[in-house]
Design a protein around this ligand. Sequence first.
Ligand code: ARG
Length: 478
Amino acid sequence: MNVSDSEGATRLWGGRFAGGPAEALARLSVSVQFDWRLAPYDLIGSRAHARVLAGAGLLDPEELGQILAALDDLDSACATGEFRPTVEDEDVHTALERGLLERLGTLGGKLRAGRSRNDQVATDLRLYLRDHARGVAVALIELADALTEQAERNVDTPAPGLTHVQHAQPVSFGHWLLAHVQPLLRDLERLRDWDGRAAISPLGSGALAGSSLPLDPAAVAKELGFQAPAPNSMDAVADRDFVAEFLFVTALIGVHLSRLGEEVVLWTSTEFGWVELDDAFATGSSIMPQKKNADIAELARGKSGRLTGGLVAVLTMLKGLPLTYDRDMQEDKEPVFDAVETLRLLLPALAGMIATMTVRVDRLAAAAPVGFSLATEVADWLVRKGVPFRDAHEITGQLVALCSARECELEDVSDEDLKVISEHLDPSVREVLTVSSALASRTTPGSTGPGPVAEQLALVQHRLDTWRQWAIEKVVPR
Ligand code: ARG
């Protein structure tokens, strides 16, 4: 092993090479500046591997004790920053082997038996992601909580429901806010489902073919909190489905946050004026003193681009790669680190923004019936009287046209004019022409009436509580 060459590097592969690598190669190849995030997970894997080597009789109890103590010492030195990777360390595995050699001398070199960076890096990344998926879940729940609390306060707040950003039908603003919670609940479910598939241990697969040493992959898997060892050593080191799938989940979270962000941008505009942001969660302009901007919402919209980009980058990198490990796969890490770190910044800011925003109930209520949004109530009223919907739609359309021309509201049309439009219309139609009656008439499950919204709210709160328990579950032994 070439522990140290003329440049002082600690390469793990120097034996057959005449000299050190070219500067340009070394600079291209190095990943320690980002994969150092895997250090704690690499050390967890190393402890398990040391025990397995001892179980196989390849380390005596004394050696095992020394190695475990050195790994603990290295772990705390990494945590305090006392041990740091240097520019000479190609990657996290190289740096940590150097740390072990510094502590143990040649004994430190025994730990590499039966293990390759290929199964190591796949294991480290699974551990990192399983751990951080729960961190993402905790932050998602915080945002879902903020939305749910606002929803609870606004179950009875009428709002103009939109399609095509045009006034469509009145809805409860609480229902609207819960419509942003539902995707987050699905995201949580996706994270948990992903976690089940990610819980497979590659350790023991070595470079690609498994090991001739009597290792115990099942014991290692168990110790690391995985459900099972990988069933195929070649797939174990070649598979990055868990990375791509994780990035799909984070990309979709990004899309959900972006759609929420876009709505907050609209709601806070002067034209809408439905919501006012707390000063602590809004920004000003360097030139226009009056400005109050929804930058958090805009950054949510903007950052969805990089989350989607990470997924596309990894899928494109994987496509066409021959089995098993290829160096291309080193490109799998930065997108997931970026996704995790992006969400870690974004979600708490969004949660704070939503929790502290003021909902302008008066403006929402005033806007709810605007744009003939109760026209469907008239059509449904006609249907209840036996008129085919096709005709009801036509009749109501004529009523709307009349009101448009006269610049009046549906309920302002005189009894005579109602009769002129259709024999089926009579003054009692005005009973359905209020926002509150429109909302109260929505009693089917999942609809926007006060009853179903209250039921939905209770269910959402219950499901969030369940997710809370999942998110704090410890899966990675640390
Ligand atoms: N830094 C490498 C990566 O992230 C570790 C695995 C290297 N394996 C190899 N055979 N060169 O993918």
